[in-house]
Design a protein. Structure first.
Length: 278
């Protein structure tokens, strides 16, 4: 029985490699709409979030890397179709259009009411992507390592657990060969190389690539590309938050520093403040 099972797995894997070599990969990429990285963040009056009205939004920078990597793989004939996915209010379609202008083929917008997007937590997003994997049958999912609004860095790991696929997080380089991916990961101690079989889930780090700027012709073409509209209810996903934000506050204002004439004075002041022992 064990031999038959291993023979079946090997046969299935060989067929899968043959399928990939003939048809290329289908890739889902995430593209979250966030407050632009250059905007100064202001805490909302109720201290339960940040001010979003009248504030410039753009695609999450890490997701730009994810889209760029998928487009580069398509240019190498590794990928046949790129599907850009965003969960958020109606304005998230602008973010999807940006991904389409960069080179994605079509989009999926999972719409939530405006003002509630901040309560869509990583577990809910992971469940939405799990349902989209069932629907779209992709060979690869590429997400940004984290979003710059909540800095959670959780969706990739949660999604991999939900669908039981291998994962390669914090990728700074990706190489494809024979139905698998070699991924260079950025870790605390330096770099780590791992190999994962497809289908798999990858999270992109900023050093993975340099995202391209969308050209005017491609922006015009993107307006004609299809965006499918869904809701969490259509996918059977409960997006109710599991965590409650109690309070959001500005970081404390840093005190101005003192200039000292020499090292002896510096040591004396550090002793006065209790930073070093007398």
């Amino acid at each position: 029985l064990w031999g038959a099972r291993e023979s079946f797995k090997l046969s299935y894997y060989n067929e899968y490699k043959s399928y990939l070599s003939m048809s290329g990969l289908r890739v889902l990429v995430g593209c979250k709409r966030v407050i632009d990285y250059a905007v100064k963040i202001r805490v909302s009056p109720d201290q339960l979030g940040v001010v979003t009205d009248g504030v410039k939004h753009s695609m999450n920078p890490f997701d730009e890397n994810a889209v760029e990597e998928a487009v580069r793989m398509k240019q190498k004939k590794i990928v046949k179709e790129i599907v850009a996915v965003s969960c958020g209010p109606t304005q998230s379609q602008e973010t999807i259009r940006t991904a389409l202008a960069m080179g994605a083929d079509r989009g999926i917008h999972v719409e939530v009411p405006k003002g509630t997007e901040a309560s869509i937590q990583p577990l809910a997003v992971a469940k939405i992507f799990a349902k989209l994997i069932e629907k779209e049958q992709p060979d690869l999912v590429i997400l940004g390592k984290q979003a710059i609004d909540d800095d959670a860095n959780q969706t990739t790991q949660l999604l991999a657990g939900l669908v039981d696929w291998p994962q390669g997080t914090m990728a700074s380089a990706i190489e494809h060969s024979d139905g698998s991916l070699k991924i260079t990961r950025e870790i605390d101690g330096g770099l780590e190389d791992i190999k994962v079989k497809l289908p798999a889930i990858i999270s992109a780090d900023l050093r993975l690539n340099e995202p391209r700027y969308a050209t005017l012709p491609n922006i015009m073409k993107a307006k004609k590309k299809k965006i499918e509209k869904l809701t969490p209810e259509d996918l059977g996903v409960d997006v109710s938050p599991r965590l409650k934000v109690k309070k959001v506050v500005d970081p404390p204002v840093r005190e101005a520093g003192d200039k000292v004439p020499d090292v002896a004075t510096l040591i004396e002041k550090l002793k006065e403040k209790g930073h070093i022992k007398a």
